[in-house]
Design a protein around this ligand. Structure first.
Ligand code: HEC
Length: 183
């Protein structure tokens, strides 16, 4: 009896620790945000803005993919004005980004969105969280004519069809987007 009671207690404790799909989605978004910020910070320390563009171009996608694999979620960054073609939003994402743009223009706060979707017979929780531009981002996403010449040169070399300049502080830059498989 005693052993059984202990087992039930342990099972309950383990169950209580198991994160919900929503917690997994939120956690992945917040942690990937921190990982990328840290990566950017280190690259800036070593190579300044231009060096950081070079290493961002090489690392941002692989770091994101590896992070998603590790967490067993499908996570990306997307933008209507993307720099990397691979950050192009799908229809669902583009719709949300456009709705947020309207809200931002009206001065409203932007809240994350979530929805349960079925794809190829599998159920997923989809979540998207807005990314707004901070002053620290202007050196690579601000007005094109205000970018340092070496940053401009790097961007032109790596991203000839770059759409991700011309932003001001507070603008909606894009979003984190994540899919978590539901049981
Ligand atoms: C040193 C230059 C640099 C700085 C500073 C910088 N970025 Fe970027 N950003 C890039 C590059 C390069 C890419 C493309 C990375 C890739 O190829 O995946 C990018 C991509 C992105 C993307 C993915 C969507 C897209 O356009 O492809 C988002 C979102 C983003 N940046 C937001 C920010 C925010 C927010 C800040 C400030 C906190 C910031 N960036 C600061 C260079 C920079």
């Amino acid at each position: 009896m005693r052993a059984a009671a202990v087992c039930v207690f342990l099972a309950a404790a383990v169950w209580a620790q198991e994160p919900t799909p929503r917690q997994r989605a939120e956690g992945a978004i917040n942690d990937l945000g921190r990982v990328l910020q840290q990566l950017l910070g280190e690259e800036m320390k070593h190579g300044g803005y231009a060096g950081a563009v070079r290493s961002c171009a090489e690392n941002a996608q692989t770091v994101t993919e590896e992070f998603g694999r590790e967490r067993q979620v499908d996570i990306r960054r997307v933008s209507l004005k993307y720099r990397n073609q691979r950050d192009q939003p799908d229809d669902w994402e583009a719709e949300r980004l456009k709705a947020w743009l309207k809200q931002a223009e009206a001065g409203a706060a932007l809240a994350p969105v979530e929805e349960t979707v079925t794809e190829n017979g599998r159920r997923f929780l989809r979540m998207m969280k807005p990314i707004r531009l901070q002053a620290a981002c202007l050196g690579c996403h601000g007005a094109r004519e205000q970018l340092a010449p070496e940053v401009k040169a790097q961007l032109e070399a790596k991203y000839p069809r770059d759409k991700a300049t011309g932003y001001k502080t507070g603008d909606l830059r894009g979003a984190f987007t994540v899919l978590v498989r539901l049981p």
